[in-house]
Design a protein. Structure first.
Length: 293
């Protein structure tokens, strides 16, 4: 029987063996840490390769691609840690990745359920990607990652609450998951962490940014920066997020804005640029949401 541990690091592998191996190699070895990799139906049997290369880790093979949330939920079920650290496989840890700083922040208050590290890009001079989030605006659902694109000069080295967690790296108390619920699988890709953040907030927990731990993110290795797949899920899931988290009548103004302005703008733009796949994927995202509703 697998003994309990302090931290379970959970990551999803989907046709990303090299990235996943680089991440595993960067994680410090400790009896307090277990590594759980969920292979989300990669085209080749990358799960067996990972098991052979890293016999000390837990590998879960899914025969179906369950998406970001479904894969992470399999990882939760297979894990044993008091704290669950969800981290993208296209990230790496360096000497400034102090995971104990995250657990200490979580233990500092029973009200804190989630904590995110500082996230810097893994390329160039490692500019900041995330130092917390601003709140979503009403109707338009717009927000921004604090510090994104800035050089790190220590200007965001003070811990503070943040309204939402960042899906690339977030540590969660297991007891908070048991109270708030598992990651919502209806999104499949994108917006899960925002919706999950709202679930934790409704369950009475706060979310924090902790700069004493830093991870480095390669960003969008799996779906591309502007792929039809990304366009589809961003369009559909913005609407789905509004349905699940915004009360009427404001929700209908949000629908009107997202479909009538943002959606139509993107369809016209992609069409004029001859990006017909992207135009169709955006339209399909709207249609599939309306069918879901």
């Amino acid at each position: 029987m697998q003994r309990e541990c302090r931290i379970s690091i959970i990551t999803i592998n989907y046709n990303g063996l090299n990235d996943t191996c680089e991440l595993i190699d960067s994680i410090p070895k400790s009896d307090d840490i277990e590594i759980v990799v969920v292979d989300n139906a990669s085209r080749t049997d990358e799960a067996s390769i990972l098991e052979a290369r890293y016999p000390e880790i837990i590998v879960v093979r899914s025969n179906k691609n369950l998406g970001f949330a479904g894969g992470n939920n399999l990882g939760i079920i297979a894990s044993h840690g008091k704290f669950l650290f969800f981290i993208n496989n296209d990230t790496i840890l360096k000497s400034d990745a102090d995971l104990n700083a995250l657990t200490h922040r979580l233990e500092s208050s029973e009200k804190i359920g989630v904590v995110c590290p500082k996230i810097r890009f893994a390329w160039g001079t490692n500019p900041i990607q995330f130092a917390g989030y601003s709140p979503l605006t009403t109707v338009t659902l717009r927000n921004y990652a604090i510090g994104c694109g800035e050089e790190d000069s220590g200007q965001y080295d003070t811990a503070h609450p943040t309204p939402y967690a960042h899906g690339a790296a977030m540590m969660v108390k297991r007891e908070a998951v048991e109270k708030a619920g598992m990651m919502p699988e209806c999104f499949f890709l994108y917006y899960e962490e925002l919706d999950w953040s709202m679930m934790f907030t409704r369950a009475g927990y706060t979310i924090w940014y902790e700069p004493l731990c830093t991870i480095y993110h390669k960003e969008s290795q799996s779906t591309g920066q502007n792929s039809p797949l990304k366009n589809y899920y961003l369009m559909r899931n913005r609407l789905l997020f509004a349905k699940r988290n915004i009360n009427a009548p404001q929700r209908y103004f949000t629908y009107l804005y997202l479909i009538g302005l943002v959606g139509m703008r993107d369809i016209i733009k992609h069409t004029l640029l001859c990006h017909t796949d992207s135009a169709r994927s955006t339209m399909r995202g709207i249609i599939d949401f309306l069918k879901m509703s």
